[in-house]
Write a protein that binds this ligand. Sequence first.
Ligand SMILES: NC(=O)c1ccc[n+]([C@@H]2O[C@H](COP(=O)([O-])OP(=O)(O)OC[C@H]3O[C@@H](n4cnc5c(N)ncnc54)[C@H](O)[C@@H]3O)[C@@H](O)[C@H]2O)c1
Length: 436
Amino acid sequence: MAFSFRGLEIDKIGVIGSGQIGPDIALYFTKVFHPHGVKVVVVDVVAEALERGRAKLEKKVNKGVETGAFKPEKAQAMLAGVEFTADYQALAGAQFVIEAATENLELKRKIFAQLEPLCAPGAVLASNSSHLEPEVIFEKLQDRSRALVIHYFFPAERNPAVEIIPGADTDGKLVHTLLSLYEHIGKVPIRVGSRYGYAVDPIFEGLFLASALCVQEGLGTVKEVDWLARRALGLTVGSFTAMNLTGGNPLTDHGLEMEGRHLNKWFHSPPLMKQAMESGRPWEVARRGEKVEVEEQRAEKIVAALRGAYFGLVGQIIDSGITNVADLEMILEIALDINPPFKTMNELGVGRALELVEQYAAAHPDFPVPECLRRQAAEGRPWRIDYVRRHDVGEVAWLRIRRPKVLNALNQEVFDQLAEHFQAIDADEKIQAAVI
Ligand SMILES: NC(=O)c1ccc[n+]([C@@H]2O[C@H](COP(=O)([O-])OP(=O)(O)OC[C@H]3O[C@@H](n4cnc5c(N)ncnc54)[C@H](O)[C@@H]3O)[C@@H](O)[C@H]2O)c1
């Protein structure tokens, strides 16, 4: 048996790396593909990592049985569909491989050089790198047309957000197929242009830096700033708690240093991070259920700094041209569980959002004020956020509602945008039919 989807025939999927995220990616694959008889093979070079990965996957599947998410027979089939091995040969003939090994360019290149002759001809070769551009990772591949970055978010089996980043040589048709495939299996993919860190991580890591700077500048303690990030940004957990949960210190440390080289000089790994890594201790954040009191004047300063940094970071991504307002709005809300930035700016007033960014930039001179935000404020209009997207295929216009956070629930804004699209379609002589 195999899973067939628009020309892709998959009966074996490889996941390289059984660290923090590899087993979670494998878990999702086996959940959706086991009914099609697809085998998921997880390869790591460290025996303990394989054992830990297998145990973690089993624990999550068993928890799913306890909570009623999976029937015991499904759980058994899911587990039987995954193999953990140190033997790369087990990947022979795989049609789809996601590499989630250590974030190191030379290592990733070595792994893909190994995979290219081993996998089925034309197999999709994807990296889950957090930062590296596909052109850089796949530079030495013979056939780059089927290679790209597919970037997941923690926890990968539950977080539906996925960034799909094609390189200059990636086949455009394959990119469309993969965007549809990921939607088909219940993920929320967006296409992002190739740039260091892509769309989301410079914001995620930038917010960590902004939080750390608040602490370093004496505005509050780690615990206070972490707590106030919820109020400032609507986060379920602050940046420091996120580091504790994901074991993200080394990745963020490296990401921030590299972003300083690739994006702008404001990005750097702060001394606070270096100290935390040296001590090896988790960040001191509020315990579950603990409330943190911060006097209002200081709290307001912290909230203003975090919002200024957030709106600025989001605008910098739009300025870079690698994504658009609607996709960034959607993916940030889903990937990071954070207030949607453009709707939040609209509620606050775009002029006020610009003021917050300007204040932040005045206190942090290397922090760029985005042009798109200046323009939007000058126009005196709220951001336009498209919740309904139109895509024409021949004589048919396809309208897609994209509000995954609320399962595409209809509201007045969606009705208004549908009405606008219907009028445009009505006036468009080449369109014979529309599908919602
Ligand atoms: N942790 C996250 O939440 C997260 C989120 C998105 C993307 N990523 C990216 O995913 C990748 C993996 O991240 P992680 O946090 O799981 O890292 P990790 O350090 O926890 O795990 C990496 C694993 O790769 C293994 N490995 C090293 N060399 C290998 C080789 N030649 N073949 C097979 N396995 C090898 C290591 O033994 C280790 O178990 C990185 O590129 C990271 O940037 C991680």
